[in-house]
Design a protein around this ligand. Structure first.
Ligand code: TXA
Ligand code: MG
Length: 330
């Protein structure tokens, strides 16, 4: 059921539902989350069931500020504190050692926990109202079926789960501003590791951390958002360098009925029947619309989506990452 996220009565109702162990979908500045109280393993199990998320993949716990983070973290190392000070509320998740006996199901049994304080008025209102009801944190993955494109609007959430969860409360906060998921930094060892890039650039994170980021290693904690194949539309997706894209379209001629193209340049002589969307020139705008565009192209029923490779700059890393994983899925 769709609720107006700006109405105080909706927030109260959603917070009551969370406190009672029910699921609530809510907007954040990155993507919509599918939330349950983090301290209730039975409530968290409902998230795994509805998403079809395999066991063993931990969830991020959303908190309304640093004070609530202390409930879930064994300790916040100075590195995590520096990042929290710099970026909360905002699109950054820190992985830290978990307080013992807390949020075991949300952490999928890992000794660590992912924590994030979102910067969205509806998420803030919900987390604050939940906290008043004794809920210190809300475990929430992106509100999409496992492996699929994240939801950046309330309608996307309904598309994903509406049929199976007609009573799911969905707080509508409009389209999300950022559009791709938070950057995840593992702060559980001495060296910060970027597990998932987001819209904060490496440079921004390194400058706040005061040290360079390391690449995820073999022993890095399991993270489905970091699986090679993820964020996938139904159509197959291929990334092409712009010259290649031009050549491929020429070769294809008019035999292109089941094709969509998402590119910064406008390819000349597009065959009729090819669905074309223009990728914005600015990375913030491209991230903002990325998942909505993939969903829209899917609705056209195309078999294949050709995406022109985004620029190589650091501010494009999050978009490149999501496209690469979407391309790996088919
Ligand atoms: O922007 C976001 O982060 C969104 C919004 C809703 O906050 N959430 C999100 O959640 O993207 P999800 O579950 O789709 O992705 C969470 C990622 C997964 O890759 C998960 O494995 C990783 O965070 N993660 C969570 N806890 C972890 C932990 N203790 N150790 C390693 N990775 C962890
Ligand atoms: Mg996800």
């Amino acid at each position: 059921m769709l609720l107006d996220g700006l109405a105080p009565a909706s927030i109260a109702r959603a917070a009551d539902a969370l406190a009672a162990g029910e699921l609530v979908a809510f907007p954040t500045e990155t993507v919509y989350g599918l939330g349950a109280r983090a301290d209730d393993d039975a409530a968290v199990a409902k998230i795994f069931a509805l998403k079809g998320r395999p066991a063993g993949h931990p969830l991020i716990v959303h908190v309304d500020g640093r004070a609530h983070a202390d409930r879930f973290a064994a300790a916040l190392p100075p590195l995590a504190e520096r990042l929290i000070d710099a970026f909360w509320p905002g699109p950054l998740t820190v992985i830290v050692a978990r307080a013992s006996g807390v949020a075991g199901a949300a952490a999928a049994g890992q000794p660590t926990i992912g924590l994030r304080c979102p910067a969205h008025p509806v998420a803030h209102a919900l987390l604050a109202a939940a906290a008043e009801r004794g809920v210190a944190g809300v475990a929430a993955p992106s509100a999409n079926r496992f492996g699929r494109v994240s939801a950046t609007s309330a309608m996307h959430v309904i598309e994903e789960f509406g049929a199976d969860a007609t009573d799911l409360l969905v707080l509508d906060g409009g389209a999300t501003r950022i559009g791709i998921e938070s950057a995840i930094v593992d702060c559980s060892t001495d060296t910060p590791v970027l597990l998932r890039p987001g819209m904060l650039t490496r440079e921004q994170i390194e400058s706040a951390a005061g040290m360079p980021l390391a690449e995820p290693g073999i022993g890095a904690p399991r993270a489905p958002g970091t699986l090679a194949a993820h964020y996938a539309p139904r159509a197959r997706l291929r990334i092409m360098e712009s010259g290649m894209l031009r050549t491929a379209l020429q070769v294809l001629g008019s035999d292109s009925l089941k094709l969509a193209v998402y590119s910064r340049s406008i390819p000349s002589g597009l065959a009729p029947g090819v669905v074309h969307r223009r990728m914005p020139a600015r990375p913030e705008q491209a991230a903002h619309e990325l998942f909505a565009v993939l969903r829209e192209l899917d609705r056209h029923g195309v078999a294949l989506i050709w995406v022109e490779e985004p620029p190589s700059g650091p501010e494009w890393e999050g978009v490149r990452d999501r496209l690469r994983r979407a391309a790996a899925a088919a």
